[in-house]
Structures are given as structure tokens and as C-alpha cells.
Design a protein around this ligand. Structure first.
Ligand code: NAP
Length: 330
């Protein structure tokens, strides 16, 4: 029994968002391969359950991956996921493993807190309607991620509704998850948050000096200031003022939302000094969001996120990584 309680005490738990496919799915595989129990979340139950089954079929142990529904753009869905985690892992008396329920009465340990340790905010959308063939042609021509207004005029169209949804998913979704799960992360002795951002969200890609200044003012950065930037962007988008107000003119919402997510990573790192909270660009990977273009596989992109999820205690926090490299400014 002592052995049982000590193995429970060292058990580690992770939540991964947007994990039914692409980089998120591979993050789940790699975390589970490291013996971590992963809550694979997806907004669509069928896709989520299929992903769990696929992991199990590929050799991941049944008790290392479980599905829970999560639409990061829906605050109620975030609450329900946080309750699920709390009820299943965040309390002493009920631990659900492989459909078995172990109650505290079966254990000799007096007090034991099951803690959620790792959280990877991976779910994301492009905020554009992508022309897959045009995207693939552009990639084949240069071997690089397509860039430039003219190129993007062929590849993707964007409108206000898409922009709003992109900000809601890529920035507010990650923020909502961090807010909801921080209390459970605080119960961990080595909490980690990994925000899957993008090089596209680097400040150099936002010509608007006011927004750039605000996002770069690390000392005074807070959630209200991020709201200000994001709201101003959406207002200018609605009024067709993107170019004249110095916002990016293609992949506009994606760039602004990822910049906000990266800045929010700094806020979180300051607010929770005992956490390692970092963001990263996983690299240009072949997944649905890139119309399956790019030099890297989803698994290679995932490795970069998993490295941050498994950082040793005392590791960096509030930083931006591009693959293995820490960038000095973002
Ligand atoms: P992907 O294959 O398109 O996967 C995106 C995932 O996010 C899917 O599981 C999708 O679910 C999910 N998702 C979208 N909206 C959601 C919502 N409201 N709630 C919950 N899940 C939602 O793309 P990926 O490349 O793996 O992207 C993963 C992350 O990496 C994204 O944040 C992306 O911005 C970032 N990233 C990717 C690249 C790259 O080159 N691939 C580069 C830089 C950053 P559905 O299947 O239901 O749509």
C-alpha cells in the first residue's frame, strides 16, 4: 500500500487543448510516452474520442490518456473541464484511472492531493478562409511560409467574424484556460503552462506603434492593457482601417491574437512565480492550419512544446522559444 500511495504521489497530469489532431495530438502522445496522464481535449466529441482510440491503438497505455470535451471559445465549456479535472484529479477522494474509481477509503494515506501539473494551450485557428491549393503552390515556390500581401490575396480571405473568432479562440481561450486551471496548478509542486504561440505574433509583425509599445511595456503589462489592444484592433478591423492604423493586413487577427497570447505569458509568469509559464513557436509544421505545408512534421513541432512542459524546476519562465532557441524579445 505504501508503494501504491507513493506512485500516486508522483503521478503527473496534463491537459492539452485542441488535441484531436496536429501538434496537440502529438503533444498528447509524447507526454503520455513520458508516463504523464493526459487529458486530451477537443471541441468535437467524436473527433476527440477517435484521437484517444488512435493513441491507444498505437500503444499508449489505456490509463494514460482520457478525453474530455473542451471548446476554448466557450467559457462554460472551460468551467466544465476545470470541474472535471478538479473532481477527478484535484481532490483526495476520487481518482479516476482507466474507468476505475479509487476512493480514499481504499487508500491508507491520510491526505493526498492529486494535482494538475502541466497545461498546454495549443488550440488555435488561422482566422482566415484558406485556399489550400494556392497555399501549397506558394510554399512549393519558396520552400517557406507564404508572406506578403499579394501572396496572401491569393491564399486567404478574412472578415470581421473570422477575426473575432480567432481572437476569442487563440487569445481569450488560452487566457480563460489559464484563469480556470491556475488554482489546480498551484497544488502542483512543479506547475507548467505552455502556450503554443507563433513567430507571426512577434511584435516586429505589428507596425502599429501604440500597440507595439503597450505590448512591449513588460513592467506595466496587464490583462486590461491587452484587452485595450485587442479591442482597438477589432474596432479598426470593423471600420476597415487595418492598413491605415498600422495593423497587419493579412493573417491580421492571427498575428494580433498570438502577440496577445505571448504577452499574456509574461503576465502569467509574473503572477505565478512558482510556475514555469512559457510560449513558443513550434516551427512551420505540416498540419491542417497550414494546408499541410511546411518543413516540419506535427511530431517535430510537438517536441518543442513538450520540452517546455517537462522543464526542470527552476527553469525559465515568461519566455518565448522558437523551437529550442529562446528569443531575447518578442
Ligand atoms: P491544426 O491541425 O489545425 O489543429 C488545431 C487544433 O485546434 C484542432 O484540434 C482544432 O480542433 C483545435 N481548435 C480550434 N478551435 C478550437 C476551439 N474553439 N476549442 C478547442 N479546440 C479548438 O493546427 P496545428 O498546427 O496543430 O495548430 C496547433 C497550434 O500550433 C495552434 O495554436 C497554431 O496556431 C500553432 N502553430 C502552428 C504552426 C504550424 O506551422 N502548424 C506554426 C505556429 C503555431 P478541430 O479539429 O475541432 O477544428
Amino acid at each position: 500500500m505504501a508503494q501504491e500511495s507513493s506512485s500516486l504521489a508522483t503521478k503527473r497530469y496534463a491537459v492539452v487543448t485542441g488535441a484531436n489532431k496536429g501538434i496537440g495530438y502529438e503533444i498528447c502522445r509524447q507526454l503520455a510516452s513520458n508516463g504523464i496522464l493526459v487529458v486530451l481535449t477537443a471541441r468535437d466529441e467524436k473527433r476527440g474520442l477517435e484521437a484517444v482510440q488512435k493513441l491507444k491503438d498505437s500503444g499508449i497505455s489505456d490509463d494514460l490518456v482520457i478525453y474530455h470535451r473542451l471548446d476554448v471559445a466557450d467559457p462554460d465549456s472551460i468551467v466544465s473541464l476545470a470541474e472535471f479535472v478538479k473532481n477527478n484529479f484535484g481532490k483526495l477522494d476520487i481518482l479516476s484511472l482507466d474507468d476505475q474509481v479509487i476512493t480514499s477509503s481504499n487508500l491508507t494515506i491520510p491526505i493526498y492531493l492529486i494535482k494538475i501539473k502541466h497545461k498546454v494551450n495549443n488550440a488555435g485557428i488561422g482566422g482566415v478562409a484558406l485556399e489550400a491549393d494556392a497555399c501549397q503552390r506558394a510554399f512549393e515556390q519558396t520552400g517557406e511560409f507564404p508572406s506578403g500581401e499579394q501572396v496572401w490575396a491569393e491564399i486567404g480571405t478574412q472578415n470581421y467574424e473570422m477575426a473575432e473568432q480567432c481572437v476569442k479562440t487563440n487569445y481569450y481561450g488560452a487566457r480563460g484556460m489559464a484563469e480556470a486551471l491556475a488554482p489546480l496548478l498551484q497544488l502542483s509542486d512543479s506547475p507548467r503552462i505552455v502556450n503554443v504561440s507563433s513567430l507571426l505574433g512577434l511584435l516586429k509583425n505589428i507596425p502599429n506603434e501604440w500597440a507595439k509599445g503597450l505590448l512591449n511595456d513588460v513592467e506595466n503589462l496587464n490583462e486590461d492593457r491587452l484587452d485595450e489592444v485587442v479591442n482597438e484592433f477589432l474596432k479598426d478591423f470593423k471600420e476597415d482601417l487595418l492598413g491605415s492604423k498600422g495593423w497587419p493586413t493579412y493573417l491580421s487577427a492571427y498575428v494580433v491574437a498570438k502577440a496577445a497570447m505571448s504577452a499574456y505569458t509574461r503576465i502569467l509568469a509574473k503572477k505565478y512565480p512558482s510556475f514555469c509559464v512559457n510560449c513558443l513557436c513550434p516551427g512551420y509544421c505540416k498540419t491542417d492550419i497550414t494546408a499541410n505545408t511546411g518543413p516540419f512534421t506535427a511530431a517535430e513541432g510537438a517536441e518543442n512544446a513538450v520540452r517546455l512542459a517537462l522543464l526542470p524546476d527552476g527553469g525559465p519562465s515568461g519566455c518565448f522559444f522558437y523551437q529550442k532557441q529562446m528569443l531575447p524579445c518578442f
